[in-house]
Write a protein that binds this ligand. Structure first.
Ligand SMILES: *Cc1c(COP(=O)(O)O)cnc(C)c1O
Length: 411
């Protein structure tokens, strides 16, 4: 049921076949496009290793993936349809196999990052409430916790929407349910009728995971009109693999869209945020004026590199579902071993067992240790309360040992 692993040879032949299906600036009569291959003085295309380098070859031929390709029929005339089909395969793997969506039940695209994918979601829901309910923007509130990523305030600023920022419990880092309920009730009394709710499948600072059920239960019980977006920019490529009871899937009818970032856990190049949404929503942000794009444009960014989509597709296909799962389980295993060491030193921290982040109370960390190990603080404006560790694939056991030794000296 899960996607297979391909050999390097299989990957190479699939990507080169896709490039052959794309229009070729070298050999075809292409007069109308404002694009071309990368500058040949700088990125020469006859380097011998390119035959074994499908990603670099894609980069050099420079396909443009402008638009949203899950919407366009495969018989579309698009000149880059070969690599765009790989992007569609990638979106299907993410939406259907990682996030449990129905076959062909979701749209999506490879965005510049999690920020763009989050803005795209809020943009769609704002327009949805305006179009379907004739809402005014001041009647639509965006609801998220104070531990959410700063792309949320960025989005509400751009989209001119009011926000409701929810407090979290200082220790458990979860949304305080009574405060959530009071804020929603009060907002309704003040004329807010539509809610765009964002829940985190792991916050950036703590690796905390919001609970879905109490939030949606309250909203549904009070006949509240809402749309739920999941910000899985950080956790999207780890948590579904490490937690067998992952509830963040399209099987939950309350969830309409999900953001995941390839360029965090998946180790793909920057420029690989992924936006996923149920069918029948993308059209709320269709730019009708985009007449020269086959099928028009439904994305925030416009032109984007097809090589980015190919890189994410390659990574998922090199590992296969099982390979990726093994890799993510070993990262959380390494994280929990570090937690055991912190327990021995009686150091307080926050850690979700399915996520590779540990946030340590700042009183146990000296500035020297924080600087030496590039620990990230929760605030650079005020005195930090927390420092976080992210157990990424480059972290070596020796580094963890010296870190623990340094901690022992001061605790
Ligand atoms: C990193 C991150 C984002 C933003 O992603 P960019 O790719 O930097 O734009 C959004 N939300 C969360 C939870 C993140 O961790």
């Amino acid at each position: 049921m899960y996607w297979d692993k391909y050999t390097h040879d299989e990957i190479r032949s699939i990507v080169f076949d896709a490039l052959k299906k794309n229009a070729n600036y070298n050999s075809e009569a292409i007069l109308g496009l404002p694009g071309t291959y990368l500058d040949k003085e700088t990125f020469y295309d006859d380097a011998p290793f390119l035959n074994d380098a499908p990603f670099l070859s894609t980069l050099i031929t420079n396909p443009n993936h402008i638009g949203c390709h899950t919407l366009i029929k495969s018989e579309s005339l698009d000149v880059f349809k070969g690599t765009q089909e790989l992007e569609v395969d990638l979106i299907k793997i993410c939406a259907e196999q990682i996030f449990g969506g129905n076959t062909d039940g979701q749209d999506g695209y490879v965005a510049s990052g999690g920020t763009e994918a989050n803005i795209e979601a809020l943009w769609i829901y704002r327009n949805f409430f305006i179009k379907e309910y004739h809402a005014r923007t001041d009647e639509i509130a965006v609801v998220y916790s104070e531990d959410s990523h700063y792309s949320m305030p960025k989005a509400t600023n751009l989209l001119n929407l009011p926000s409701i920022v929810l407090k979290v419990d200082e220790k458990k880092r979860n949304i305080i349910q009574t405060e959530f309920e009071n804020r929603i009730t009060k907002a309704k009394e003040n004329g807010v009728n539509y809610f765009i709710v964002i829940l985190n499948l792991s916050t950036t600072m703590f690796g905390s995971v919001d609970k879905i059920e109490p939030i949606t239960k309250f909203l549904n019980a009070h006949n509240t009109l809402f749309k739920l977006h999941i910000d899985a920019a950080f956790g999207g490529f780890i948590y579904p693999f490490t937690n067998p009871n992952n509830e963040f899937t399209f099987k939950n009818p309350n969830i309409t869209s999900i953001t995941i970032d390839g360029h965090k856990m998946l180790q793909s190049p920057y420029g690989t945020g992924i936006f996923l949404i149920r069918k029948k929503y993308m059209h709320y942000v269709c730019t009708e004026e985009a007449q020269y794009i086959p099928g028009k444009d439904y994305t925030l960014c416009g032109s984007r590199s097809g090589a980015n989509a190919v890189s994410v597709w390659m990574i998922l296909r090199i590992h296969g579902y099982n390979g990726w799962k093994v890799k993510m389980l070993s990262l959380v295993d390494q994280t929990s071993r570090l937690c055991t060491k912190l327990n021995e030193l009686k150091i307080e921290y926050f850690h979700n067992p399915y996520v590779n982040i540990i946030a340590i109370k700042s009183k146990y960390i000296t500035t020297e240790i924080a600087n030496k190990y590039h620990l990230v603080a929760d605030s650079y404006e005020q005195e930090p309360k927390w420092y976080k560790i992210v157990m990424m694939p480059h972290v070596k056991k020796g580094t963890l040992d010296t870190f623990i030794n340094d901690l022992k000296k001061v605790n």
